[in-house]
Ligand binder design. Structure first.
Ligand code: HEM
Length: 536
């Protein structure tokens, strides 16, 4: 498969030029969702798709299969001559169209909606959903690039249907920018999971038993990412309703698989080739995006990653209360396989003084998190207080192992920033007594006094509303900039500001950024803060 090989080569070359990780980035949250599925800290996304056969306890449902199908249908309207369509979440508005029959799409969108945020578009989540499904079912690692932008309305039709002729299906894949070999591989890789629902496609399954539980599968191992769908086709002995169906008109897999005289199918019969080819075509599929979108480099798992979970003023404003986690990748061959003898946080204040503080291995759930592909992570925790008078500039992480001490200074930037210029106020609270289905947040920030005199305008909140959308199950993220006003209370070194955000109660759990703009044009921000749940 020369085109697949050249794609792999291109991606390998792209990977060489990756920049060193500098914390924080706008994709930190996504990297968490990608790898933290169980253990000490977990992000809940993996629960929805593990194990491979899981279907939210709904008869006939296999979530992994639905997520993969959703990614294909969203992408399949792409037109490479215009650069329009592709993986852009337009499927949100297209679930009523005949080519998107079944509940798979709205199920998938309902699964992912709670993860959608100003940093997580629905289309990036659909791409992640494909990656997670394939991983959960024992398939290959599919590299994940981010930066997809969501469509705001339905796109054109264009998903191939089982009754289409081979010429029509080939023309569709050609429009998507995919070759005949890629078409065959993509259909085989997709149809190794799941099956055909009799309720939605009785013409294919036969009218005898139309029920939620009657879902004839594509192969005999529908919960394993393996080439059984290929083997059964080549041996002419199987259960695929799109190959062995009584209705020849809807045997689209049979037509697609034979499109190049079975050359590709014979190659895919080898388990290792099946996996590597599926990784290539799936990666290509999720990277089919509108030509106006530029995707990031593939997400790399971070070896040492800090999480400044708490950084706030204590009640009298004399101390910063700090809770800092450090996550060390401990995956065999890829991280710290034997636990370090110590993990030390070297704190630099704004007067130039340094203090070394020991982080302890977290104890809850063994202090470890687990992800797909046998990924493991060890967690270290530092809970401390730092004097406000001296300020908190940044920290370095020292890791001592039998091989010596490693000092991490945030990719050569000199340290991981505390960012003490703007702090989230502990008084922030939620008022649920509002009218018209809304809730109101009182959001506070503490701004360092020396910055207040340099302010250009007032401190602001960038609040992400999760607005319900007519005709779509996923909310739309609408970001509102809210001005803050100074409040009378203050402490030595900080002045307090308050802003109010009113938002639909259905989307109250969301995120916001706090920020100030200085006269020199520089912005100081504290970002991606979770809305409070404490009552006002
Ligand atoms: C010629 C192209 C294709 C046709 C005509 C086709 C047709 C179908 C049909 C009729 C179903 C049954 C849906 C249901 O009952 O819920 C189905 C299921 C499925 N398709 Fe395709 N498909 C095609 C290509 C693909 C591709 C390229 C992928 C993925 C890359 C894919 C992934 C899936 C998956 C995972 C299912 C199982 C869904 C479930 O069990 O809920 N399909 N396909």
């Amino acid at each position: 498969m020369s085109s697949l090989r050249s794609l792999a080569l291109l991606l390998a070359v792209t990977n060489v030029a990756k920049a060193e990780y500098v914390w924080p980035t706008k994709y930190d949250h996504f990297e968490d969702m990608l790898v933290m599925h169980s253990g000490y800290r977990r992000f809940g996304f993996g629960d929805l798709v593990v194990p491979c056969g899981f279907g939210s306890n709904t008869v006939g449902r296999q979530t992994a299969a639905e997520w993969v199908r959703t990614a294909f249908h969203d992408m399949a309207t792409f037109d490479h001559t215009t650069g329009k369509g592709g993986l852009d979440a337009s499927i949100m508005y297209e679930t009523e169209s005949g080519e998107n029959a079944g509940t798979a799409f709205n199920n998938t969108l309902s699964d992912i909606w709670e993860f959608v945020s100003p940093r997580t578009s629905v289309s990036d989540m659909i791409a992640l959903a494909l990656v997670a499904s394939v991983a959960s079912c024992g398939g290959p690692e599919v590299p994940l690039r981010l930066g997809r932008i969501d469509a705001t309305e339905a796109g054109p039709l264009g998903v191939p249907e089982p009754q289409d002729s081979l010429e029509t299906i080939q023309a569709d894949f050609d429009r998507m920018g995919l070759t005949t070999e890629e078409m065959i591989a993509l259909v085989a890789c997709g149809h190794t999971l799941g099956g055909v629902h009799s309720e939605d496609f009785p013409d294919i399954t036969g009218p005898e038993d139309v029920s939620p539980s009657n879902v004839p599968k594509f192969d005999n191992t529908h919960t394993e990412f393996d080439p059984a769908v290929v083997d059964e086709y080549l041996n002419n002995k199987g259960i695929n309703p799109l190959v062995f169906g009584k209705n020849e008109t809807t045997n689209s897999d049979k037509r697609v698989f034979a499109a190049d005289g079975n050359v590709t199918m014979h190659k895919l019969a080898d388990a290792a080739t099946f996996k590597s080819t599926c990784a290539e075509v799936f990666e290509k599929m999720i990277n089919v995006v509108p030509s106006t979108v530029t995707l990031s480099e593939p997400i790399q798992l971070i070896k040492v990653k800090p999480y400044l979970d708490t950084f706030q003023l204590n009640s009298d404003g004399s101390k910063f209360e700090v809770e800092l986690h450090v996550r060390l990748r401990s995956t065999k061959g890829k991280g710290y396989e034997s636990p370090p003898s110590s993990v030390t946080i070297d704190v630099l204040d704004r007067k130039g003084n340094r203090t070394s503080l020991q982080a302890a291995h977290a104890t809850l759930k063994g202090g470890q998190s687990y992800g797909f592909f046998s990924e493991t992570f060890d967690w270290y925790l530092l809970t401390t207080e730092l004097g406000v008078a001296a300020g908190a500039e940044s920290f370095k992480i020292h890791i001592s192992t039998s091989e010596g001490e490693e000092v991490l200074d945030n990719g050569g930037t000199g340290g991981y920033p505390f960012n003490d210029g703007v702090i989230s106020g502990t008084q922030s609270c939620l008022d649920t007594t509002g009218t018209q289905g809304n809730v109101t947040f009182d959001l506070y920030s503490a701004v360092r006094s020396d910055l207040v005199q340099d302010l250009d305008g007032v401190p602001w909140i960038s609040f992400a509303h999760r607005m319900p959308q007519q005709g779509a199950v996923t909310p739309r993220i609408v970001v509102e900039k809210i001005s803050m006003a100074e409040v009378s209370t203050s402490v030595d070194g900080y002045k307090f500001f308050k802003g109010t955000a009113t938002t639909p109660s259905s989307g109250w759990s969301t995120r916001y950024d706090l920020g100030i703009t200085l006269k020199n044009g520089k912005e100081v921000t504290r970002e991606f803060i979770r809305t409070p749940s404490t009552s006002c």
